[in-house]
Design a protein around this ligand. Sequence first.
Ligand SMILES: NCc1[nH]cc(CCC(=O)O)c1CC(=O)O
Length: 307
Amino acid sequence: METTRIGTRGSALALAQAAETRARLMAAHGLPESAFEIVPISTSGDRIQDRPLSEAGGKGLFTKEIEEALLDGRIDIAVHSSKDMPTLLPEGLDLLAFLPREDPRDAFIGRSVRTIAELPQGATVGSSSLRRQALIRRMRPDLKVITFRGNVQTRLRKLGEGQVEGTMLANAGLRRLGMADVITDLMPLEEFPPAPGQGAICIEAVIGNERMADLLAPIHHAPTGAALACERAFLAALDGSCRTPLAGYASVEGEMLRFSGLIITPDGSEAHEIAAHGPVSDAAGIGRAAGTAIRAKAGPNFFDGWS
Ligand SMILES: NCc1[nH]cc(CCC(=O)O)c1CC(=O)O
C-alpha cells in the first residue's frame, strides 16, 4: 500500500492539525496510522520573527514552501489553517477538503483582568493581527496596542512577565493545542468578527490527482466548504490585501448561508459593515457581492493613505 505524505508547517498547532486530518482519514478509510507520514516543512512565515508579517509580504508566507513540495511531488496533500491561505492558489493546486469548523471566535487572555472592558485606562495589549489591533482600538481607543508575535508559549511568557496586560488568539488554535484553559474571555462574533477562514482546516492537493481526490472526498465537510467559498470570495473582491484590516464570517444552516463582513481603518476610527444571505449554492456569489457592496459603502477614499 502506498503511504500518503501529509505536508504541514512544523509549529505545534500545524502538527495538531495534520494529526487531526490523519485521524479523520484513518477513520474514514479504515487505514492504520502507518499508511500516513507527516512531513513538517519550514516556511518563510515561521522564519521571519522580527517584523509584522503584513510588512514581510503577507499571507503566502506560510504556504509557499509547502506548495512547492506539493508541486514537486515530495508530499501528497498539504494541511493548512484556511486563515493563512491566499485567495489565489498556485496554478495546478486546489483546496479539495475542509474539515468541520472549530469555534471561529477570538479569545482574550488577560493577565490580571478577564475582559478587554476591565483593562485599566491606557493598558498595553499585544497582537500581531491588524484586524485584532483595529477592533481593540475601536472598542477601547485609550489602550496602547503593540505588535506582538511568536508562538503561543512565547506570548504567554511575555504576558506573564507583564510586557502586556492582555493578548488575543484564535479560540480554535488554543483548543486544538489543548490550551483553552488560558482563555479569560471569548469575543462575541458581532462585536469582534473573525478573519475569513478562522477556525477551519483545509487540505490542498494537486488538481487531477485522482488518488488524493478519492482519499479526501469522505472527510470534506460541505457546510464548512460553502462558508469558506463565501469568505474567500469576499476577501478576493477586496483584493485580499493583508494591509487592509477586514473580517468576514459565513455560517450555514440547512440551505441558507448568512454572511457578515467588516472593513476598518487600522486606528479603529472608521468601520463599514455588510450583511448578506442567500442559498448555499450561491456561496461564492454572496461573498463577492458583499465585497463589492462594502467597497461602494466605504467609498474610494477609504483605502487611501494606509492600504
Ligand atoms: N496566522 C496564525 C494562525 N493561523 C490560524 C490560527 C488559528 C487557528 C485557526 O484559525 O484555525 C493562527 C493563530 C491565531 O490566530 O491565534
